[in-house]
Design a protein around this ligand. Structure first.
Ligand SMILES: NC(=O)c1ccc[n+]([C@@H]2O[C@H](COP(=O)([O-])OP(=O)(O)OC[C@H]3O[C@@H](n4cnc5c(N)ncnc54)[C@H](OP(=O)(O)O)[C@@H]3O)[C@@H](O)[C@H]2O)c1
Length: 282
């Protein structure tokens, strides 16, 4: 199997390329310095000759997207369309990574894969447009929505909290936004398992199981970093306003995975225990 991974220098892309190589797969990683995914000719040239394309390239800066929605749309929607069209033309399976931000985030039960999207942020709107483009352009697509992503190869919540707690002797973290912290290595493994299983095209949720607030996750992070979790104090979204609205409930259901016989990623706390040393750098 010949794999092409876009966004290969990003947090997820790095883990996916490494894992594929470790498993003896033929993999090419490409990023912005190779070509821009909004360039359809360069994208098509790169996709040619591959069996699977995983689109990890994205505009992921949530707050800046509020003021640069056109630029974010360029990457997340036009870029996604370009990758999808190339995959379809060259007969490759496409795995496109999307986000919990396509939902309103005000639910009270896990969002099923077919829940009605209603993004509340510019980032969410552009990623939803990317999903539509992928469905329109590439019939053989897997859209994998993830959330609360962390990994060794990028700036992420655990690294920030561990640093802030160490430098300032504590941290205030919102206790009214819930989700499923997800390790990039687990998501990379899930993507490979989905392709190995030859699952039907469609939309899948690639997050850990269970749920926790950012505050609860921060306490687990601080404990793993060898500090007292009590130094993390709870606060509210009202007290910690961001440019882009944040979902209060970003919990995704995994029924589509179960239906095709692919095991969802395990419980977020158990997975954080497995990830902490690698992510926090020993
Ligand atoms: N991080 C999260 O918490 C989170 C949550 C939910 C979903 N997701 C989704 O998960 C996927 C992977 O996220 P990530 O955190 O690994 O992202 P990331 O670390 O920001 O990596 C994205 C990569 O894509 C590249 N890129 C951006 N625009 C490009 C373009 N026009 N052409 C070619 N390459 C381009 C970036 O290069 P530059 O650095 O040069 O821009 C970067 O290397 C994305 O689809 C994201 O929307 C992430």
């Amino acid at each position: 199997m010949r794999w092409l991974v876009t966004g290969s220098k990003g947090m997820l892309g790095q883990d996916l390329v490494r894992m594929l190589a470790e498993r003896g797969q033929r993999v090419v990683g490409v990023d912005r310095d190779d070509f821009d995914i909004t360039d359809p000719v360069a994208t098509s040239d790169a996709v040619a000759g591959h069996d699977v394309v995983v689109n990890c390239a994205a505009w992921t800066a949530v707050d800046p997207a509020e003021e640069h929605e056109g630029d974010a749309f360029g990457v997340n929607a036009v870029g996604a369309a370009s990758v999808a069209r190339a995959a379809a033309v060259h007969g490759a399976r496409l795995v496109h990574i999307s986000t919990d931000y396509v939902f309103a985030g005000d639910g009270t039960a896990p969002y099923p894969e077919d829940a009605v999207p209603a993004p509340r942020s510019a980032y969410g709107r552009t990623k939803l447009a990317g999903e539509w483009a992928v469905r329109a352009e590439a019939p053989d697509h897997l859209i994998v929505r993830t959330a609360f992503l962390y990994g060794a190869g990028g700036g992420c919540f655990p690294k920030t909290i561990a640093r802030v707690a160490r430098e300032r002797g504590g941290a205030e973290v919102v206790d009214d936004q819930f989700g499923q912290p997800t390790w990039t290595a687990d998501l990379a493994d899930l993507v490979i398992r989905l392709i190995d299983a030859g699952v039907t095209p469609g939309t899948y949720h690639g997050t850990s199981s269970g749920q926790v607030s950012w505050y609860g996750f921060a306490r687990a992070v601080v404990a793993a970093a060898g500090m007292d979790p009590q130094i993390v104090r709870p606060t509210t979204s009202e007290a910690y306003v961001r440019l882009a609205p944040r979902p209060s409930y970003s919990v995704l259901g995994h029924d589509a995975l179960t239906a095709v016989g692919v095991a969802p990623i395990g419980d977020w706390a158990e997975r954080w225990d497995a990830a902490a040393q690698e992510v926090l750098g020993g």
